[in-house]
Design a protein around this ligand. Sequence first.
Ligand SMILES: [Zn+2]
Length: 167
Amino acid sequence: MATNKKEIKFIGQVTKIKQTKPQTVIEWPRTLTHVHTFGLLSPFFQGLKEGKLKATFCPNKNCPENLLWIPPRAHCPDCHTEMKWKILRNPVIGTIYAYTEVAYAGAGIELSTPYWQVDVESPGLATIPKSYLLHGTPTIGMKVKAEFRTKNPTNTVLDYYWVPYKE
Ligand SMILES: [Zn+2]
């Protein structure tokens, strides 16, 4: 009978002991790389880097919902037809529908706190997407303009945000 000499090996990194008194505390670094595809929504993120807000709409003439969607949907939530793209004409002016001050952001939020999270209505949209106000103090009904992080883009939805707009 053959014996299996293969042993289980520790393949991690040895932790660093920070202190032993009054109790042992170790430093145990944990990181992960999250690999994520934007799939059929890739044009939205490419658009942000180019200073363009792209929305999707349902091309099915018999669909009950033909308004624009931001965040975009790859397929129509109402009839499941593959959506088409439309670029919103700049400047994109919206109206603050709701807001909240974020004092303690969740893990992974890469904005300095506190910041104003704003829900913004824009003409032609079926949705009231969330984003953030770059500067200023929001009020309900306040006009805001979409701006874009075209220099050093994050390649995430943080590449667009709103700023106060005066007509
Ligand atoms: Zn549809």
